[in-house]
Design a protein around this ligand. Structure first.
Ligand code: ATP
Length: 342
């Protein structure tokens, strides 16, 4: 019998292929390094003994946080526990098995104020794995649109009242560096970069002032980490991150395992165009059909003030632009279907 909407979530969270999950868990568990194994023991025993604790795993990029989540999640699910794996952004969900956004899972209101609540009932045993950008002190400060430095610091998790209750568990070994394909030279280069990034995060790189800035809030990036001119930076980045693109772009895992992170959306668009141009085949252009919502309580002439040409130019995060270039087999991130990112 198909599950009703009331028990759909429980159905989804308890109907796993246990044998497959057990195999995955045993394999992951056998590989954990000592830091990961310690955290695994602490978290799993807390859940098994119904202690209900709040943990924060602190480790810089590549220290195996996602690997650890997967081990803990599969271990608890094998024992019939419900684990709500949530992330604050869709893109982070790619890494969490059976993950949801926090907004969708806890029915979090879009606009949050001090009176906002989530749909978590008192007394329930909530095993939750949260992979959010705020998890790391060093690399990802929370995004506060237009916020000052103090507002950004105020929004970070460590200023929350809950922080007093939190057990901080460190991960220190950079596992990504141990599994770099390539030769010793590649490994050394990456290790040097990882070490430098770590020092940036820990505030150990001397800041400098730029022009009229009163604060020393800039740092100098060593020349060996910069894509040097006259080489086209897009070409250099694409070749580095997407080697043999033309051959492999049809493989879902090839695309899923790679990303280029940029500071602003315009660069994302330019890079997307650059990479799409490299993919064989003819691009097809799709245009959105924008109009003002009938529900918007505006004034009489609002349609003249906001004609489609103006609406077409609006570019906001999370909503595709008016013009979308697509090619056959090119991957596009559009949303969630059946808990899979499509
Ligand atoms: N114990 C382990 N044994 C083998 N490989 C591991 C182990 N832990 C992590 N890895 C591998 O190391 C790499 C980095 O791990 P992972 O993605 O979990 O790190 P992370 O801390 O989540 O990184 P980031 O913060 O950058 O997302 C991955 O390729 C992962 O498969």
């Amino acid at each position: 019998m198909p599950p009703t909407s009331a028990n759909r979530l429980i159905h989804e969270e308890t109907h796993f292929n246990v044998n497959e999950l057990q195999r995955e868990h045993d394999q992951l568990l056998s590989k954990l390094n000592p830091d990961q194994a310690h955290i695994y023991d602490v978290v799993v025993s807390s859940v098994m003994n119904s202690k209900g604790r709040f943990f924060f795993v602190n480790g810089h990029g590549g220290t195996g946080k996602t690997f650890l989540w997967r081990t803990i999640i599969s271990g608890l699910r094998c024992c019939g526990k419900i684990v709500l794996a949530v992330a604050s952004s869709r893109i982070a969900l790619l890494l969490l098995p059976g993950g949801r956004t926090t907004h969708s899972c806890f029915k979090k209101p879009l606009t949050i104020d001090e009176w906002s609540t989530c749909n978590i009932k008192r007394g329930t045993q909530l095993a939750r794995s949260d992979s959010c950008p705020r998890r790391r002190f060093q690399t990802d400060p929370p995004v506060v649109p237009g916020g000052t430095k103090n507002e950004i610091l105020d929004a970070s998790i460590s200023t929350s009242q809950l922080w007093q209750q939190c057990t901080i568990l460190p991960l220190r070994i950079n596992m990504r560096l141990q599994h770099i394909p390539g030769d010793d030279h590649d490994r050394e280069e990456l290790a040097e970069f990882a070490y430098w990034i770590l020092k940036v995060g820990e505030g150990d790189i001397r800041g400098i002032c730029n022009l009229n800035d009163s604060e020393k809030s800039w740092i100098k990036i060593p020349h060996q980490f910069i894509v040097s001119r006259p080489r086209d930076p897009f070409e250099a980045m694409t070749e580095e991150i997407y080697p043999n693109l033309v051959r492999f772009f049809v493989e879902p895992n090839y695309v899923k395992e790679r990303a280029i992170v940029t500071l602003i959306n315009e660069t994302v668009d330019a890079l997307n165009h650059y990479i799409l141009d490299r993919i064989p085949g003819e691009a097809k252009i799709y245009l959105s059909s924008d109009s003002l919502s009938g529900a918007s309580a505006g004034f009489q002439d609002q349609h003249r003030l906001y004609p489609p040409e103006i609406l077409n130019k609006i570019s906001v995060p999370g909503v595709p632009d008016h013009k979308l270039d697509l090619k056959k087999e090119a991957r596009v991130l559009t949303g969630e279907h059946d808990r899979e990112i499509v």
